[in-house]
Ligand binder design. Sequence first.
Ligand SMILES: [Mn+2]
Length: 373
Amino acid sequence: MKILHLSDSHIGYSTYNKLDENGYNQREVDVQNAFIRIIDFALEEKPDLVLHSGDLFDTVRPTNRAISFALEQILRLSKAGIPLLMIAGNHEAPRLRETGSVFRLFEHLDSVFPVYKSAMESFKFGDLLVHALPHCMDKPIFEKELKLLKPDKKFKYNIAMLHAGVAGLSVFKTGEFNEQIAHSGGLDKNFDYIALGHYHDHCEVTDNAVYAGSTERLDFGEVGQEKGFVIVDLDAGNWEFHKIETRGMIDIGPIDCQKMDSPKIMEAIIKRLDKVKVKGMIIRLKLVNIRSGEYHLLDTGNLKKRMKDALHFEIKVETTSDEQAIAFGDTVFDSLEKEFAGYIEERAVEGIDKKKLKARGMEYIKRAGGEAE
Ligand SMILES: [Mn+2]
């Protein structure tokens, strides 16, 4: 039996300002193309089952375009008679019950099995039993359901699937506010395979537990990571990662500017930029220990011109005292928390306790975080 395991496709994700020839956000299209490549592979290789370990969509309420794209691609699998079992991840799990889950739509398709109800469900595929645990909002429920992930000896093969961070000798997590963490000791060694989702860097966590990784790079934290999916051969008892083609992302530097004036810094930057391929790439240049006076003297117009064929170019500056991100073409903001804290700091609000206002604001930001549009 052959299983195709993929995860964290984040359909609907978009960033930067570049549009493709049809007027769609280029990164949104890139994310879609990565998904199409994997469905193409599935149709060609015809695995017995496809597993998607969560975060099929980037948000709780995907756009109509994101939903129709996913539907179209999943229908291709369904029509080919290749079963798809998918669990909801933290990105598509609604915090409020009345929001409902977009996964419900997929219940109407033949041989598509969406799992999204904060409970473990198991599914038979011939000799194989798959125990699927979607993301659960409540930690106690997650922990209770996690304990139900046990192989059933009546079946020749058992697979577990979950969307969570794993903590053990190493820790695999994203730091998102609503993530769930499983202890690696709690993952049963007797499963033939544990299909993990959530952590975006493909890796083997224990002998039998594997993160497929995300199918495209969603931010510079994923620079240098290979993207793709895993083919599991249950009869042979092994698995193999298949890399797919994705858009290039380069992190240049850091260039230490401590002992340089602006002409010297410019020279160092151009030397580095000349060495990289620019066309269609996502590029970040890091400057550290730069005095803000020197930074403002840099000929950024020249840099912008040099990098005009890049899909995105930004300069990340770490001045000697604080850190700020500066982008060309796009505006790059810090996290909402940081932006808000900075705003409160620099405003004098008469008659109001700044500390209290900051604490209250942070609370609202945290609360709103789970229902991001
Ligand atoms: Mn994810």
